[in-house]
Design a protein around this ligand. Sequence first.
Ligand code: SAM
Length: 222
Amino acid sequence: MSFYLQYAEGLGGKILEPMCGSGRLFVPMMEHGLDIEGFDASEFMLESLYRKCNEKKLEPKVWQNFTHKLEKKNTYNLVIIPVGSLSLITDSNQLKISLEQIRESLVDGGVFVFELLTMIILEGRKTNRWGESSRTTPDGSKIILSCMDLPVENNIGESICRYEMVVDNQIQHTEIETYELRYFEKNEIDFLLNEIGFSKINHVTNCKHANSNECMVYECHK
Ligand SMILES: C[S@@+](CC[C@H](N)C(=O)[O-])C[C@H]1O[C@@H](n2cnc3c(N)ncnc32)[C@H](O)[C@@H]1O
């Protein structure tokens, strides 16, 4: 969070986190007293964000939407999309419209900071095999998580995840999730960012939380 705090505190004003999910970053930023708004395509992720905020007596300004349908004009000083969420937009046209909408939503001089997954992250990755791990939920149930990455085609990789909730040594509930991620070559998106009208497109290389080989961190100005 300290990386994004630097920008928030340096710029002041309103912040937007598209694809805010369950609020892993959003909620601590709110607790820090920042004027942050967010949205996400998934009502389930937003429900989880509301639950966290209720417990902390916070009133979040979040709504359900897709990034390419943002339609806000000149509102935010800072827009952030951390941990490669933007890589979930695998359709090139939707990605372009999303970036255009984000630029439109910034005040003049506003900044967009985001991370993208690179192809390097795929080196040595095994495909078509289940990898397994487990988690314990706050109420003590065990969840066995099995994930399989399918081979990457045209820089897009699909993953399948199976979640099994175990109570009293019985599987009580199973959920399957599939998602695609787009992996980027170095500098691949720079041309698009320029074309959309961002200026001062910087690759942030001294960002401690991201391995710069696996994740490219961008800072773009309107
Ligand atoms: C990996 S989660 C990350 C959430 C948050 N940034 C975090 O660090 O916890 C990615 C989120 O992006 C959302 N998402 C995926 N595609 C989207 C789209 N096109 N528009 C808006 N949200 C989207 C998903 O619902 C999910 O909650």
